[in-house]
Design a protein around this ligand. Sequence first.
Ligand SMILES: Nc1ncnc2c1ncn2[C@@H]1O[C@H](COP(=O)(O)OP(=O)(O)OP(=O)(O)O)[C@@H](O)[C@H]1O
Length: 228
Amino acid sequence: MIEVKNVSHAFEIGKKGNKTIIPVIDDVTFSVNKGEIVTIVGRSGSGKSTLLNIISGFIKANEGEIWIDGIKVSDFNEAKFADFRLGHLGFIFQSFQLIPSMTAYQNVELPLVLKGINEKERKERTENTLKKVGLYEYREHYPSELSGGQQQRVSIARALIVNPPLILADEPTGSLDSETETNLLEFIKELNKELGITFLIITHDETVAKFGDRTIEIADGKVLEGSR
Ligand SMILES: Nc1ncnc2c1ncn2[C@@H]1O[C@H](COP(=O)(O)OP(=O)(O)OP(=O)(O)O)[C@@H](O)[C@H]1O
């Protein structure tokens, strides 16, 4: 499902004449199979978010290749990657990243609006997806009128609505209490089993790391031997 091949990346900071190069990802190679739940762990600053941003095309790596679902995406330009994301990738973030001025319904519907899908189909799919995450009754609520766990479910619904084969998550339970975290992890497992969605999840949390099928450990931008 995902193949990361010899990916390296360094950020350049500072102005002309006084530039500093910060190497962040160093020759990383690993793969994630279809239907797996894989977690990425590592200390703060080890390069986890950068790696996820490279896989999802928000950062173009200096070196290496990324393949998703048999497609070499590392050659895509920005527009092509944006289009690819709308059809193939769902995202879940620690801070939910919902639009505060939109209701739960509108937040979930948004990817379909961006894809140019007609209103009748949008309504049917948005309502079904809200039902799937158990939030149909809350569809007219704004994010500020929902609990953390409910907001995370809205963000999962927004990720699910394009039927992505792969969901990428950056600390998805980081803002949730332990009971809500357990419920969310069970829900992720259900989606994985029932819909066959592959998950790649960054986490600091041992419970989340243990819940995955496999863990990839990153230290100083490298994958630790034996964790592939
Ligand atoms: N846009 C950027 N420009 C310059 N340096 C950056 C940029 N983004 C990240 N870095 C640096 O890259 C390193 C890795 O950051 P990254 O966010 O990938 O780590 P992380 O493992 O996800 O950390 P955390 O667990 O704290 O979120 C850090 O030293 C960070 O300062």
